[in-house]
Design a binder for this molecule. Sequence first.
Ligand SMILES: Cc1cc2nc3c(=O)[nH]c(=O)nc-3n(C[C@H](O)[C@H](O)[C@H](O)COP(=O)(O)OP(=O)(O)OC[C@H]3O[C@@H](n4cnc5c(N)ncnc54)[C@H](O)[C@@H]3O)c2cc1C
Length: 191
Amino acid sequence: MSAVRKILIVGGGIAGATLGCALAKRGIDCEIFEIKPDFSLAGTGMTIQGIALRAFLNIGVVNDIADAGWHHEKDAIIFTDVHGSAVVDPPARNLVGPGYPAMVAIRRQAFHEVLSRAVVKENVLVRMDTTVSQLDDCGDRVEVTFTDGSNGTYDLVVGADGIHSKVRTMVFGPVRSLYSGFANWRARWTA
Ligand SMILES: Cc1cc2nc3c(=O)[nH]c(=O)nc-3n(C[C@H](O)[C@H](O)[C@H](O)COP(=O)(O)OP(=O)(O)OC[C@H]3O[C@@H](n4cnc5c(N)ncnc54)[C@H](O)[C@@H]3O)c2cc1C
């Protein structure tokens, strides 16, 4: 396979934006195509920890995430019973390094703004409101047609378009999702 010099990333979410920054830092030309017209997200939050935070250290945004989010010196997720008594209180492992939080709780919108700023800083081309309509595997390159009628040639196409990935369906055919039985309850603690 010839050297990968130009990459198309379909989807500008967490994976797509992070990959775009990481590739740009290595001098690889990449473009992100995002189907949404803007990056407005619902106001739910998330907890970023462990190897994910370490990845954000590598693309230079871990301090921005810590500043935009919330973290505590104990840095732990405590699992309680219905009365609030700790059932499991595992110590959080800091995989980022001394001086950094082991985990950060952050609003999704704030998190995405950090990633969006990083993408702009790394000069990654982002096209909104557009997605792929056709992928042609030409051996050492992929010819791509976009929904706005434009075309491009890439060494590699990355499907970072989420759990219902269109790219995955285009390459591998339809996939039936199965519910694994996992559930997650969230509550906000107000003292
Ligand atoms: C309720 C909930 C709570 C969660 N809490 C946490 C947490 O606390 N910590 C944690 O680490 N993870 C959490 N997760 C998981 C986390 O949200 C996902 O792992 C993460 O969003 C996956 O990132 P992604 O970039 O692969 O996909 P997404 O975040 O889904 O991004 C996909 C992007 O691709 C775009 N897109 C979709 N289709 C197309 C298309 N055809 N063309 C172009 N663009 C397209 C979308 O608009 C979106 O911008 C949670 C998930 C849920 C649902």
